[in-house]
Design a protein around this ligand. Structure first.
Ligand code: 5GP
Length: 142
């Protein structure tokens, strides 16, 4: 397995060098919207600590990322009017990973609506801003 690259795009977002539509943040986790969502509200949940993927992440960090993914899934059921949630997580190119900082995909789903293909269409900034606002508000219990 290759080493962690501190210049990957998600590391730059975590450091604040690139923008994102933030949904949630604490001392150890950042969650923001995928810019090419497979469904409305598609959120990425990341540890702030350097981890390439499931194969090298610290177990305590993994547990916290999973707990936050659960919170976001519950919030998305309400905020996105979802009927269900798809959780995805890819490891190494053979496993479908494209960005090499560990992340979970939390994808709100509607009955009978297929997901878009991965990385197909860049969503409008205003749409993402509004979805992030709704998800953050649901997480805060507003
Ligand atoms: P994966 O590594 O899990 O296969 O996919 C990486 C995901 O990151 C894709 O769903 C893609 O749409 C998303 N993505 C790629 N570049 C960016 C970016 O600059 N910002 C955000 N928010 N998402 C991105």
């Amino acid at each position: 397995m290759a080493n962690y690259d501190p210049n990957n795009i998600f590391a730059k977002i975590i450091r604040g060098e690139l923008p994102c539509h933030k949904v949630y943040e604490d001392a150890r986790v950042l969650a923001f919207l995928d810019i090419m969502p497979r469904a409305p509200g598609h959120t990425l949940v990341l540890p702030k600590a350097a981890a390439r993927n499931l194969l090298d992440i610290d177990a305590a960090d993994l547990a916290h990322v999973a707990a936050v993914a659960q919170k976001i899934a519950r919030a998305a059921m309400q905020a996105c009017g979802a009927d269900g949630i798809t959780l995805q997580q890819f490891n190494e190119p053979a496993g479908g990973q494209v960005v090499f900082h560990l992340h979970f995909h939390v994808i709100p789903r509607q009955n009978g609506v297929a997901m878009k293909p991965p990385a197909s269409v860049k969503e409008d900034d205003g749409v993402l801003r509004e979805q992030a606002r709704k998800l953050a508000a649901a997480l805060a219990g507003a």
